[in-house]
Structures are given as structure tokens and as C-alpha cells.
Design a binder for this molecule. Structure first.
Ligand SMILES: [Zn+2]
Length: 204
């Protein structure tokens, strides 16, 4: 992990690893001792940080959150609740972000393939059940692009149905978003939240 700004690093409350805080999930504790996710780092109160790495999440439990009991007056047990809250909030936030970015999004294989001829850096979202043929076609186009020096990132997301829901369509196997210019920050956040959503799904 790169340490771009040492001053803004935080320690994960679960695994104790340090990361730049913008790469971490911020949490806050309310007056009733409930932990809430603060995706946009905007809620008032003292923040706690969770790294959201796959390994850390798979080892998460109420016991790992136990040290927060004294320090933050956290009510227990809390991990299952927090997981549910995070799931709901991430889903809602992603839906909002996808809706906002929809006019800038290429949807479906033909549109994405066409867009791949363009040189701009790109984030490609491929549904986990997109099918081997689609995945192969996209991967090979991305490879050719890379050989020509044009960057793209490929991210496996939820099902076609999930990606469709996010984009206001039926089923969507693949979608592409430009990552340059004004949209860069938004797309980076979207990428991060998609990854987190996937990690959460993976631990069930
Ligand atoms: Zn961690």
C-alpha cells in the first residue's frame, strides 16, 4: 500500500494495520453506543477506521470489536448489526452514484467494446455471471489496449441482475466508465465501494 500522506494515516480498529484514511471505512459511534458507517467521511463525532481488506473482514467478530466497549461505550454485540447497516448503506450509496454517473457509462458488451477503441483510461465492471465468452472478449480487448499504452481497470462485481439494478436496466453483463477528468474522484469512490460491497458479500 502506498503511503501518500503519512499525516492522514489511521489504524484499523480490527487488524491494527495503518492505511491512508481515505482508503478506509470511517465509522462513528452514536449516543446509544451504536456503530454506523460514514461512507463519505462527513458525520460528526470521533471516527474509527476499518481497513475493509478481505483478510481483515473474514476475521471480524464481536470479540475483535470488544476493545471499543470501554473507549467508545459501544453497545454489544454489534458486528452483525454493523454488517447489515454497511450493506444497506453501501447499496444505497452505490445506487445513487451509478445513477449520477449513468450518462457517462457505456452499458452492455457492444457499447463497451466500441468505447474500448477510445484511448481514455477506463474502469470496466464485469458481472460475476457475465459468461466466459464476454469475459474473454473484454479481457483480450483490455490487453490490446494496454499494449498500446492505454490503461484500464477491470473489476468483477455482483451479478448481471445487480449491475442492471444499479444502472436502471434489466440484466447488464458489463459496463464501462471513463476515469479521467472531472469524474476521476467519483469513479475512484465508486470503485472502492464496489470492492467493499463484494468483500461484504463474500463473508456472508
Ligand atoms: Zn483491518
Amino acid at each position: 500500500m502506498t503511503k501518500s500522506d503519512a499525516g492522514s494515516e489511521r489504524r484499523c480498529v480490527a487488524c491494527r494495520s495503518s492505511l491512508p484514511k481515505q482508503d478506509m471505512l470511517r465509522l462513528i459511534v452514536d449516543d446509544e453506543g451504536q456503530i454506523w458507517p460514514d461512507l463519505l467521511h462527513k458525520l460528526p463525532g470521533r471516527g474509527l477506521y476499518l481497513c475493509m481488506e478481505a483478510e481483515c473482514l473474514s476475521g471480524m467478530s464481536d470479540r475483535r470489536l470488544q476493545p471499543l466497549r470501554a473507549k467508545f461505550k459501544v453497545d454489544f454485540p454489534q458486528w452483525t448489526l454493523l454488517k447489515e447497516r454497511l450493506h444497506v448503506i453501501l447499496h444505497k450509496q452505490l445506487l445513487q452514484m451509478f445513477t449520477r454517473l449513468r450518462v457517462k457509462t457505456e452499458i452492455g458488451r457492444d457499447a463497451v467494446m466500441h468505447r474500448l477503441w477510445n484511448n481514455a483510461p477506463m474502469l470496466l465492471l464485469v458481472a460475476s455471471d457475465a459468461g466466459d465468452a464476454v469475459v474473454r472478449q473484454i479481457e483480450s480487448a483490455v490487453e490490446k489496449r494496454e499494449q498500446a499504452g492505454h490503461r484500464s481497470r477491470l473489476l468483477s462485481v455482483g451479478s448481471k441482475q445487480w449491475l442492471g439494478e444499479m444502472l436502471g436496466r434489466e440484466d447488464v453483463a458489463v459496463a464501462a466508465l471513463g476515469t479521467s477528468g472531472m469524474m476521476a474522484t467519483n469513479v475512484r469512490k465508486l470503485h472502492q465501494f464496489c470492492v467493499w460491497y463484494g468483500q461484504l458479500k463474500a463473508i456472508g
